[in-house]
Write a protein of this length. Sequence first.
Lengths: 332, 328
Amino acid sequence: MTAAPLVRVENLSRTFDVSKPWLNRMTEGLPRRLLVAAENVTFSIDRRETFALVGESGSGKSTVARMTVGLIAPTGGDVVIDGVSMTDRRQAAEQRRLRRRIQMVFQDPYASLNPRWRALDIVAEPIRAFHLADTRAETAAKVGEALTLVGLDPADGGKYPHEFSGGQRQRIAIARALASRPEFIVCDEPTSALDVSVQAQTLNLMRDLQDQFGLAYLFISHNLAVVRHMASRIGVMYLGRLVEIAAAKALFYAPQHPYTRMLLDAVPDLTPSGRQRRPVEGEVPNPVDPPPGCAFHPRCRYATARCRAELPQLIHTPAGAVACHAVAEGRI
Amino acid sequence: MNAPVLSVRDLKVEFPTRRGTLTAVDGVSFDIMPGEVLGVVGESGAGKSLTGTAIIGLIEPPGRIAGGELRLAGARIDHLSHQAMRRIRGKRIGMVFQDPLTSLNPLYRIGDQLIETITAHVSLSGAAARRRALALLSEVGIPAPETRIHNYPYQFSGGMRQRVVLALALAAEPELIIADEPTTALDVSVQAQIIALLRKLCRQRGAAVMLITHDMGVIAETADRVAVMYAGRIVEIGPLHDVIKSPLHPYTKGLVGSIPTLDFDNDRLVQIPGAMPRLTAIPGGCPFHPRCAAVFARCVVERPELKPEGRSRVACWLYHDAPAEAVQ
């Protein structure tokens, strides 16, 4: 095992142009409008590790996930996987070889499986695409193996996706991801479309597979309790920026950033102890027009003039890193 | 005080299909008292939303109420005509659905939608209805209602839209509010706001609430009593604390255990094997028996009824007339 992390995401940024068409801009005198979905996101993931990104809708966590696997191109920054830059054109050959080792599991198992393909064709797709089997029999054997791994009967491979339940479909999606023997799987809200009991089955399965194959996960979720169960390190995103990175334990026991504290306060608690969730004031601002300075300042109890004017940078703390003036100044 | 606002007795909802009749809700009974929040939990396909839909009389044909009684403040409402039901819906029963964007008309200003709802149920002049709409908007926490009343739904964020829907549901001062997954489409921080608001408004007005959700966390924060549904039946119903802290039915136990929590025990989650049965293949006996770890011979052949156990009622052979050795 090498000391270098498997995945390094460096200053990853993505801007979407949400301007009106050119003619409207000219006739109505409108400026260009840019949506900054992710800005200067930096983290690394070790082998066999689960790194989680949490945040509310619009925080840019899915954009980062998609850039990490190469589904959308970053407008700035780089993703380096096992020493190979995924954006450097000169390393195209290495990138192609690397693709087999990266896979993704999507949120909605109803949308991510082709309804006209049988389960075994869905799982066989990566095997065929990467030429991992020489004969049909070998492909079939590998598909059967992948289906067995996720707890499905290989005999069900001839069925179409609509014949499976939501949880079984997500198992097929996981089997497809496993079929190319990846080392790194990006999971974008893999259980948020599932019922709790099925979610528990899926999360347990993902952890077993991680132990068995030494997988690294980038785990995207809005559900802090799920993240708590899966991740060893967690990054919290707010309006396209990482506001805090910490080891899972540290993040839950001693959250630093006011936003992280707020998120933890807002999680419903199963113990009817009378503990009231402290409802948070306000909502996530429009990312097209983010507040100046620290984007969280309109909702923050600790905001000062500096927070309203100056963007806080990630500073290192004993437990990780946090981007907050109040923490840096020792005010909280 | 002691008369229930809503009383459901042995409700049965059926869907006739070419391959036979499917029973989606099978013998559901419960009461909701004034000012009480009854949480109804269960996974997809448990029949919880359909129970709510049956109460407001909006079951899509060919589905139909095949049996049982629904009483609102003592009067039967399951045999009412469409006309009569329309007068009750919105006026005496308010509704909040999951996706606020689909429950608001995107082409009308929210003020017009509110005023329409108010004037449809309460005889008020236009100006008085407008004042009422403004009061409702500020009550549900929408800042600057005088300007927001002119906005269209798309100009509101998800949380604000759900507040508008809540204002619509409360417009005619209903006795009963049926909230079907009201916070599922919202972010956690906004979810907390909406739940606090729902509780506050119902306490103030003494309205009874039937809160349908799959999220035990939401139930734990909002409900007074909980009904757990499985395969169209209530398997356990009781006070919130009892059901969550010391669940009786093996399904409730599994359901509570399978929820990841913030407490640090990073171990495996409790796992219920298998999945909710399809309506076409509900097992005989206790419908949960194929997934149950404590199953014994009687479960396979005979269906357990809801019977009192402690302060709750539970439908499980482990608790009534069970042979002593099987209870272990």
